[in-house]
Design a protein around this ligand. Structure first.
Ligand code: SF4
Ligand code: SF4
Length: 405
């Protein structure tokens, strides 16, 4: 009788082989079956059958990193079940006011700009440094520049050398204020490679944060706005793994096929080789989950880094989440901190490196925090900064973009 209750779609897909266990960060840090993918699949099955009620603590600590999907030989689409669980949970629980305000703010350029101005002031007055002394939550923030990279209205940056084509650039929400320097490096690399870069001013947040945190009611509007903003472009470059993964899942094939992560785009084209590859820099690449597991972009970043002369340290644990996972760092701070500690210990075993390289703003913040705590003096770079740093060794590149070094 119990057997008849088991839905074909879930438990029959998972054969309980356990091959996903060592890819799951929460299983690795807790050792609990209930904090593993197959344990969570069982729990979700109880919920879907009406045997248990959401939310359940062991499901709340899931990062939705999807490393279990890459590891699973049976092809269990874990995230589809997890998304169903979240939808059922949020249907029962009203979103807290603070979350509703936060989700509204990330879609407002003026709202975000006001917040970043406040953070910049707090950094100037050293208030954030003081707060970081009392709580690790305030560690990892980059120095916020006074101006964001995107100026509000549409802009176009011309290609250098023989133009190869035009691309549009997706600037995101928080990344524009947090990492204006990463956006600047990305656009330089594209222009140097012969691409004109268009930045539509009416684009908006992709909605990934809304999707992860229950803000479903906003999703349709954000999707329509972005489809409209990029309607005249064939290729939309993005440099944030989380945004790219979510936009590739928008559901409108005319839009999703245009989305390209910067690494897959550059490697797929006729890349301009850097003049100086003999710099001797050694880096470690930590794969963002939404690049490796959600977009299946596994080799392109490390291949690019090698083309640019980097010695890429062996890092077998690169595929394991760093504990950032969108809003997870805020909603599950203890678990996030444990996972970060494990990640930094794994990184430490790779020996001395000049920088840790990533390709997602959330991972960037988290790894910066990890370096502050466990590896002071180690830099964290977005992959576009890593490429830009090597191009900058060429005097022509510096002259072209008016760079001092
Ligand atoms: S690897 Fe796949 S089939 Fe095996 S236990 Fe994990 S989810 Fe189930
Ligand atoms: S999505 Fe990530 S945290 Fe969640 S069960 Fe899978 S591997 Fe573990």
């Amino acid at each position: 009788m119990a057997k008849a209750q088991i839905p074909e779609t879930l438990l029959q897909e998972c054969i309980h082989c356990g091959l996903c266990l060592t890819a799951c960060p929460t299983y690795l840090t807790t050792g609990l079956e209930s904090e593993s993918p197959r344990g969570r699949l069982m729990l979700m099955d109880f919920i879907f059958q009406g045997i248990a009620d959401p939310p359940m603590h062991h499901l709340e600590t899931c990062l939705d990193c999807r490393a279990c999907e890459t590891a699973c030989p049976s092809g269990v689409d874990y995230h589809k079940y997890f998304e169903r669980y979240q939808k059922e949970k949020y249907a029962l629980l009203p979103l807290p006011l603070i979350r509703r305000i936060g989700l509204k703010l990330v879609t407002s350029r003026s709202g975000l700009s006001a917040i970043f101005r406040i953070i910049a002031l707090a950094q100037k007055l050293r208030i954030l440094k003081l707060m970081a002394f009392f709580s690790d939550k305030f560690r990892g923030l980059p120095r916020i520049s006074k101006t964001s990279f995107i100026k509000g209205s549409s802009s176009q940056y011309p290609a250098f050398r023989e133009p190869r084509g035009a691309v549009a650039f997706f600037s995101g929400c928080v990344m524009d204020g947090l990492y204006a320097d990463v956006h600047a490096a990305t656009v330089r690399v594209l222009r140097w490679n012969g691409y004109t870069v268009d930045i539509p001013g009416d684009q908006t947040c992709c909605g990934a944060l809304h999707q992860h945190t229950g803000g479903y009611s906003c999703l349709g509007g954000l999707l329509r706005k972005n489809i409209q903003a990029f309607r005249e472009h064939d290729t939309i470059i993005n440099n944030s793994a989380g945004c790219g993964a979510w936009m590739k899942a928008y559901g409108d094939i005319r839009f999703t096929t245009k989305i390209k992560d910067i690494t897959e785009f550059l490697l797929g084209g006729d890349l301009i080789s850097p003049v100086n590859r003999q710099h001797g820099w050694r880096i470690i690449y930590d794969a963002p989950c939404h690049l490796e597991h959600a977009q299946n972009i596994t080799n392109a970043p490390a291949e690019l880094l090698k083309i640019f002369g980097y010695e890429v340290a062996e890092f077998p644990e690169s595929h394991i989440c760093c504990g950032a996972a969108g809003a997870y760092v805020l909603t599950q701070p203890d678990s996030s901190a444990d996972i970060l500690k494990m990640k930094m210990a794994d990184i430490g075993r790779a020996g001395k490196v000049n920088a840790i390289v990533t390709a997602n703003p959330g991972c960037h913040l988290q790894l910066r925090k990890g370096c502050d705590l466990y590896a002071p003096g180690t830099a964290v770079w977005h992959i576009c900064q890593a490429l830009d740093n090597v191009y900058r060794l060429d005097a022509q590149y510096r002259k072209a973009f008016n760079l001092s070094n």
